[in-house]
Design a protein around this ligand. Structure first.
Ligand code: NAD
Ligand code: ZN
Length: 375
């Protein structure tokens, strides 16, 4: 097949491109090498056997050129950040998706599959239950008053007991920010336009994806990057809240497997699937995984993570995706966060100028003023 991968210079895109080429597909990349993701320009990992088009998914003629003659499209290019430029999320992520369908319909392109990258963020806080009331809840964002008072977990609106999080399935939708809204729109477009115009389409709702090539310079690559960078310099990373936030982490190679399955499997069309790690870890447990991995490279004992009661307003407390539907189709995660961290650490230790990277990351977080402190 001839396959277009938008965002093919990025983390998930470049690994997907490598696999497609390994399997004998012809690949074209459309990527604008967005900054700060690609702060240093063209990354060295772009597959030489792929055709590279420098262009913007917001630009119809760039997209049209890139879509010429392809059989399938992975739409992975996206704007992901903490900045409040709300329209940019919708424009880059949602409008570009509409443009893809518009071009297919307008030019009667024979596209066999469109695969869009959604995010666990679409589910927001996910599903919770109260053991006392035997009731299910979908709490919204936590109030700042609770966070100031270090009340991290959601309370039951009936009996105030601490709610327990549940594995959350694809039906659950509660986008808490512009990014999540744009990703939900992509899912809805894949289902609606796919059905309406007979274009087999799949939306994959990834959990936190981890592995090598995740940009050092974006603000969103999260815990793996920050913890690894801190331990690289033998510094204790700072955990937000009490480090008890639960997450599932999915390895990049498992995500690539899910991407490839979505291309070949006809039963997946017209649906949204969670792609997650299947096991929940607290952020503290994850920080310990990072410490153990980096420790293997140092003689001096590395410090424990610190928890000064800081929090990021707007963060979800717990987010863990139920992956049973994709498992029924025949996919399962084969790698653990230990594998992901090991790959990331190997990659990190092979970089030059790591000092500059940590300084850049810390400055960006301060500038954004998203980190606040409880009383
Ligand atoms: N990494 C994760 O944990 C994660 C989790 C859930 C969903 N996703 C989704 O997966 C997809 C890929 O994410 P990633 O982690 O590889 O991100 P990334 O930032 O590494 O890659 C995105 C790529 O898109 C390109 N791009 C951005 N805006 C563009 C534009 N306007 N025109 C053309 N190219 C543009 C960037 O240059 C970059 O190469 C995204 O859609 C993201 O929303 C990622
Ligand atoms: Zn209750």
């Amino acid at each position: 097949m001839k396959v277009l991968v938008t965002g093919g210079a990025g983390f998930i895109g470049s690994h997907t491109v490598d696999k497609l080429i390994e399997l004998g597909h012809e690949v074209r990349i459309l990527d604008c090498l967005q900054k700060p993701v690609h702060l240093k320009g063209m990354p060295p990992w772009i597959n030489k056997e792929a055709e590279f088009i420098l262009g913007d998914v917001r630009n119809k003629s760039d997209l049209q050129k890139a879509m010429q003659g392809v059989d399938a499209i992975y739409h992975l290019a996206a704007y992901q950040d903490y900045l409040p430029d709300l329209s940019n999320f919708i424009h880059t992520n949602a409008v570009s998706t509409a443009l893809i369908y518009e071009i297919i319909v307008e030019h009667k392109l024979a596209i066999k599959k469109v695969i869009v990258a959604s995010s666990q963020f679409v589910q927001g806080e996910g599903s919770y239950h109260c053991e006392s009331c035997h009731a299910i809840f979908s709490p919204l964002m936590r109030a700042e008053n609770d966070l100031i008072a270090s009340r991290w977990e959601h309370g039951c609106p009936n009996c105030q007991t601490t709610l327990n999080w549940s594995w959350t399935d694809e039906k659950h939708v509660a986008p808490p920010n512009a990014y999540a809204l744009s990703k939900h729109s992509q899912e809805q477009q894949a289902i609606t336009f796919g059905e309406r115009y007979g274009i087999p389409s799949v939306a994959l709702r990834y959990s936190i994806v981890q592995g090598a090539r995740q940009s050092f310079y974006n603000a969103y690559s999260g815990a793996c990057r920050i913890f690894c960078l801190n331990y690289y310099f033998s510094k204790a990373p700072t955990l937000y809240e009490d480090g008890g936030q639960s997450r599932d982490f999915v390895n990049i190679h498992d995500v690539v497997d899910a991407n490839l399955l979505a291309l070949s499997n006809d039963k997946m069309a017209g649906q949204v699937f969670n792609v997650g790690g299947g096991t929940a870890y607290t952020i503290k447990q994850f920080a310990d995984i990072v410490r153990d991995e980096v420790q293997k490279r140092y003689a001096e004992p590395l410090p424990e993570a610190v928890m000064p009661g800081a929090y990021r307003f707007g963060d979800t407390r717990n987010a863990c995706s139920d992956i049973s539907r994709l498992k029924e189709i025949g996919w399962k995660p084969n790698h653990s966060p230990v594998d992901s961290v090991r790959e990331y650490v190997d990659w990190l230790f092979a970089q030059d100028n790591v000092e500059d990277i940590l300084e850049y990351a810390e400055q960006t977080m301060q500038k954004l003023d998203v980190v606040r402190k409880s009383a």
